[in-house]
Design a binder for this molecule. Structure first.
Ligand SMILES: Nc1ncnc2c1ncn2[C@@H]1O[C@H](COP(=O)(O)OP(=O)(O)OP(=O)(O)O)[C@@H](O)[C@H]1O
Length: 311
């Protein structure tokens, strides 16, 4: 990962709030350029705190590193950054077009250029037909699309999206994924903060998992989820009580006929299990490796940390 050019390279970021809560405890992470990056973590892990530090909304207690080649905290960098906050609400009486225009004004885009940009963005997020209708008539998905359009108004290199598909229906989520992929294809870096793991799994190139203000895992999504979580053995035949007892001595075996699941990533453990089944005239139909999903990975990390904390 270090060989890839980075959009964000955060080193040892710490944040202690006034009440004494240590929201980030010396976290370091890298976001590759030109990719879709997902930040995950349970409630209170420190995701929003990190986002707010990168967007210069709050000050860190300690932080080194760069964002788009400039020191973190440098306000000038924000000219190349877009942001769609979580639960963003634009005034109901504005039209989608007016929201984009308002945002363009805040970004200092001149009126002549603004008109062209407005049209481009409305087309890009598929809201051209609805552009002159008021926000109050929009579905949640449409509001998010306008939210995304206003985040792109300054033609950003790096876009932060906080829970972009929360509350959006499946069709809207699919459309949003398509838009994010196009942004990546245009060479932009997309930083998504979300708790919808299935969504992130479909769209992210790399992810980082935070827990209690610390980075617990970071890497290419394909590599993190390529680890084998279990082996699934389809069979036909009868597994009596004695055979089941012997199987459980050989590994963590769960039987739900006609499938037997062995919780291991070690193929050596499977061999004696198959031998034992065959010696009892059980016919093996198929042995399949099952990879862990992003959700499996997330839960194993977060549950593991909680159990560790309880010891
Ligand atoms: N302004 C604040 N003052 C004091 N403590 C805060 C403040 N903001 C956040 N915290 C605390 O810092 C910790 C991290 O919060 P943060 O909002 O960054 O987590 P998060 O991962 O974004 O959670 P969520 O998914 O629920 O939004 C939590 O314990 C939270 O209570």
């Amino acid at each position: 990962m270090s060989a890839r050019p980075t959009a964000i390279d955060v080193i040892e970021v710490r944040k202690k709030y006034r009440g004494g809560v240590e929201a980030l405890k010396g976290l370091s992470l890298q976001v590759p350029r030109g990719e879709i990056f997902g930040l995950l973590g349970p409630n209170g892990a420190g995701k929003s705190t990190l986002l707010k530090i990168l967007l210069t909304i709050i000050k860190p207690s300690h932080c080194r590193g760069v964002m788009l080649g400039h020191p973190i905290g440098d306000k000038q960098t924000l000219a190349k950054v877009g942001y769609l906050p979580e639960h963003v609400r634009f005034p109901d009486y504005l039209t989608g077009r007016q929201v984009i225009r308002y945002s363009a004004g805040l970004s200092g885009i001149c009126q002549k250029f603004c008109k062209k940009r407005e049209e481009e963005l409305l087309g890009f997020v598929g809201m051209m037909e609805w552009a002159d209708k008021k926000m109050k008539s929009y579905s949640k998905g449409m509001k998010q699309r306008i939210g995304l359009a206003q985040a792109l108004v300054n033609d950003p290199e790096l876009i932060f999206l906080d829970e972009p598909t929360d509350g959006v229906d499946p069709q809207g989520r699919k459309e949003m994924r398509g838009v994010l992929q196009t942004l990546r294809d245009q060479g932009r870096t997309v930083f998504v903060n979300s708790h919808l793991l299935g969504e992130l799994e479909m769209v992210c190139d790399s992810v980082a998992i935070l827990n209690h203000g610390e980075l617990v895992k970071q890497g290419r999504l394909a590599e993190l989820t390529s680890e084998v979580a279990s082996y699934q053995v389809s069979y036909h035949g009868h597994l009596g009580a004695e055979l089941r007892a012997r199987l459980s001595e050989l590994g963590e075996v769960h039987v739900s006929e006609p499938l037997l699941e062995v919780a291991t990533d070690n193929s050596e453990i499977i061999q004696p299990i198959i031998d034992l089944l065959r010696s009892h005239q059980v016919v093996i139909d198929e042995v399949k490796k099952s990879k862990q999903s992003l959700e499996d990975l997330f839960l194993s990390i977060v549950d593991g940390a909680q159990q560790g904390g309880r010891k």
